[in-house]
Design a protein around this ligand. Structure first.
Ligand SMILES: [Zn+2]
Length: 118
């Protein structure tokens, strides 16, 4: 395994990429050989999905909305932290900006989009 090294990185150094949740700046990724991934994501129009392996922690920075976790909807606002174990179906509702930590680092092959109801 690659040796872990300290990382100091500004968000402006990271190009945003589209994701099922909106648009994400993936600040710490698998490429860093880090123990976790860290993204800052503008959540909007998120599609319900789950991960088989990855645990996610969202911390809401901006906006107003809800988080749906296995069918239960929770009100969230700046300062709310949401712990999402692997296997829990989730999506953000509304327009939110969040820091998202992922353990292990984010892997697109561990993202399973659920069938949407009309
Ligand atoms: Zn997710």
């Amino acid at each position: 395994m690659k040796k872990q090294v300290p990382i100091v990185r500004h968000i402006s150094e990271v190009t945003p990429v589209p994701c099922p949740c909106g648009e994400s700046r993936r600040i710490i990724t698998r490429a860093d050989a880090a123990a976790l991934g860290l993204h800052v994501t503008d959540l909007g129009g998120a599609r319900k999905h789950y991960h088989r392996v990855t645990t996610e922690v969202y911390h809401i920075l901006e906006g107003k909305g809800q988080i749906e976790l296995d069918g239960t909807v929770y009100e969230v606002r700046p300062g709310t932290t949401i712990y999402i174990p692997a296997g829990v179906k989730h999506r953000a509702i509304g327009s939110l900006k969040a820091v998202i930590a992922t353990v292990p680092p984010f892997d697109a092959t561990d993202e399973y989009v659920c069938d949407e109801k009309p």
